[in-house]
Design a protein around this ligand. Structure first.
Ligand SMILES: O=P(O)(O)OC[C@H]1O[C@](O)(CO)[C@@H](O)[C@@H]1O
Length: 620
């Protein structure tokens, strides 16, 4: 734990101390001690084909109604606190650390105390292991002081992201009973919230009064559906990584001699890499979703990268930046099949040393083809969801290694006549998870903490706290609760109407929408990114002043333009204005700034509605 270095001590840095003083903003409905609870329609699931399976697996919690939280009726908030009995709540960090997680606990604490000062909040020390073993820390204002608006999960720590086996579920239930909890708040991503749904169902079936509430906190940004717009931590992690990526872009173009291969976290979906590409404009992005859709083999991916290197060499460019998500390796069909075979061997308890000899002939051949470091990493023990340990597989090094071999081959065959290809590899993963959270993540998490309390007070179980309209300012946010079962789907063998649902219902990670506006935008820019080096410098996270309210581009893009935030657009326009005078022709504008930004960006700026509202900036 970090107590000695907390923001309240003199050892804390000035920014750390200043951040501890930031008071997160709350939407109007959460500003009092009570809320008005409005019940909506009963829910099914986002997966119509799997609905029966979900209903069968969750007989007591399936089909619950949507709930919205509104500002209380006049006077209701002033009702005597005695009318609101004290509430006992436990909170556990179940998922991986993600910036903003501490503010969920803070928001929950403040809402709980406003509800009734005699309410109690327990944090489970050491994540789910602490929950099973009933190891608690009572959360008070004093305890929270050093953790407000701070990164990491070190207030309580975390362990395995799992409440799944019957032993684990029974231990969690025993703790709930032992502490006489009215509510248990589970903080995490897709896996943790699937487990939360199962625990809620089990507690109802066993007449345990504890209400289970899930909170969407995950840097991966893959817990995304019609109820959840984004997860806490995604914004911060993308901003930190985008700054690092843009730094290496400028490093690359300065020396003109290295290709930087950068792997980013995100597991099965490529949201982090995708958002970072929109923020920093690297030369290439290889997304898992695209590779899986086109069924690109490993060598096809390598050839694609080599073609890019070659096209750049024709322009005398021998540097570049390439982003990949950590899940790319699993998206390549033959690598996926190999990983599946290894997974079966793990599940059959085959010793690791014997695994290579137990692979099928084709998988063994592929395994032998791979460099030794990748072979060792592929055999590591699995994650709690039986997937490979993606953070430990140096896919960027594998790609760099194979690209170099292919470029040497092309040189020998006379197909490539440029300078020698050189690479530098990075994994930007763990560096970002402990970052000071952005204002957006601070506000969002704090609001979700409040909503969790109101859900427990309303007696909701098997629900997730949600906020809609996140792209808008906080006063326009809409607070709600959605049944966890409504977000579930069931994996199937085949695609299409004849598909047979198999496996356990769960909340699955959402991939990048390859038909969405954000993807269309990035694809439209792909060849310009590849060849023109339109690197963008988002800079470090801003906590005050211009840019401090910037949101993820992918969150804002559906309704606004690419630049998203109004302040960012003003800054951008200011930069443009130093080069051309208002009222100049479209062609002059394009020509004058074409070296600075791409034509698509210019057109975006010119057609943005804000442009018309800012006469000074208006271009004809
Ligand atoms: O902290 P650990 O256990 O190494 O987990 C790493 C994993 O957690 C995440 O950071 C978040 O799910 C993944 O992107 C990564 O694969």
């Amino acid at each position: 734990m970090n107590a000695d270095y907390g923001a309240s001590t003199e050892l804390a840095g000035p920014l750390q101390q200043r951040r501890a003083l930031y008071q997160p903003r709350l939407p109007p409905c959460l500003q009092g001690a009570t809320v008005r609870v409005e019940y909506g329609d009963a829910t099914a699931t986002i997966d119509p084909i799997g609905a029966d399976a979900v209903a069968q697996a969750f007989p007591r919690t399936y089909g619950q109604r949507l709930v919205t939280f509104l500002a209380p009726d006049a006077g209701a908030d002033k009702a005597d606190v005695q009318e609101r009995p004290p509430i006992r709540v436990g909170v556990v960090f179940s998922g991986r650390q993600s910036p903003g997680g501490h503010n969920v606990v803070w928001g929950l604490h403040d809402a709980l105390r406003a509800h009734n000062p005699h309410s109690v909040l327990y944090g489970f020390i050491g994540g789910t292991e602490g929950l099973f073993a009933n190891k608690t820390l009572e959360i008070t204002n004093g305890v929270l002081a050093s953790y407000k608006n701070q990164g990491g999960f070190d207030l309580l720590g975390r362990s395995i992201d799992q409440i799944r086996t019957s032993k684990q579920v029974s231990a969690a239930m025993a703790t709930c009973r032992n502490l006489d909890l009215d509510g248990l708040v589970i903080v995490g991503g897709v896996t943790s919230n699937s487990d939360a749904a199962q625990l809620a169902e089990t507690l109802v079936q066993n007449n345990c009064k504890t209400k289970v509430v899930g909170v969407p906190v995950s840097l991966n940004g893959d817990l995304k559906n019609q109820f959840v717009e984004t997860t806490v931590g995604f914004d911060t992690v993308c901003k930190v990584n985008s700054q690092l990526i843009s730094n290496v872009c400028l490093d690359a173009i300065s020396a003109g001699k290295y290709y930087y291969f950068v792997r980013l976290m995100g597991r099965k979906a490529s949201h982090v890499a995708f958002e970072c590409a929109l923020q920093s404009h690297p030369n290439m992005l290889i997304m898992g979703e695209e590779v899986a859709l086109s069924k690109l083999t490993l060598m096809e991916c390598i050839n694609k990268i080599c073609d890019g290197v070659q096209a750049r060499a024709e322009l005398e460019k021998y540097h570049g930046v390439l982003l990949i998500p950590e899940g790319l390796i699993e998206s390549i069909p033959e690598m996926y099949a190999l990983i599946q075979e290894i997974s079966i061997l793990h599940n059959s308890n085959i010793p690791v040393a014997e695994m290579p000899s137990k692979l099928s002939p084709w998988a063994a051949a592929l395994f032998q083809f791979l460099p030794p470091f990748i072979r060792r990493e592929l055999l590591l023990h699995q994650e709690s969801d039986n997937s490979a340990q993606l953070s430990q597989i140096d896919t960027e090094q594998l790609l760099a290694h194979l690209v170099e071999a292919e470029m040497i081959k092309r040189t020998k065959e006379g197909r490539y006549k440029g300078k020698k290809f050189s690479s530098v590899c990075h994994f930007f993963g763990y560096q970002a998870r402990g970052s000071l959270p952005s204002n957006f993540d601070c506000d969002y998490a704090y609001a979700l903490g409040h909503i969790s309390l109101h859900m427990i007070a309303a007696g909701l179980t098997g629900y997730m706290a949600t906020v809609a309209n996140l792209k808008d300012p906080v006063h326009k946010w809409r607070c709600a609760a959605a049944p966890l079962t409504a977000m579930m789907s069931v994996k199937r063998h085949l695609r299409g109407p004849g598909a047979i649902p198999t496996g356990k219902p769960a909340i699955h990670p959402s991939p990048i929408d390859l038909k969405g506006k954000a993807y269309e935008l990035l694809r439209g820019k792909a060849s310009s990114f590849l060849l023109d080096d339109y690197y963008r410098t988002p800079g470090g996270i801003q906590y005050e002043g211009p840019g401090s309210d910037a949101k993820p581009i992918t969150l804002t893009i559906e309704d606004q333009d690419y630049m998203g935030d109004i302040e960012m657009l003003k800054l951008y326009l200011d930069k443009v204005r130093t080069i051309v005078k208002p009222g100049c022709s479209r062609d002059t504008l394009k020509a004058a700034i074409s070296s600075m930004i791409s034509v698509t960006d210019v057109l975006t700026v010119m057609s943005h509605p804000l442009n018309a509202e800012l006469p000074l900036y208006h271009f004809n």
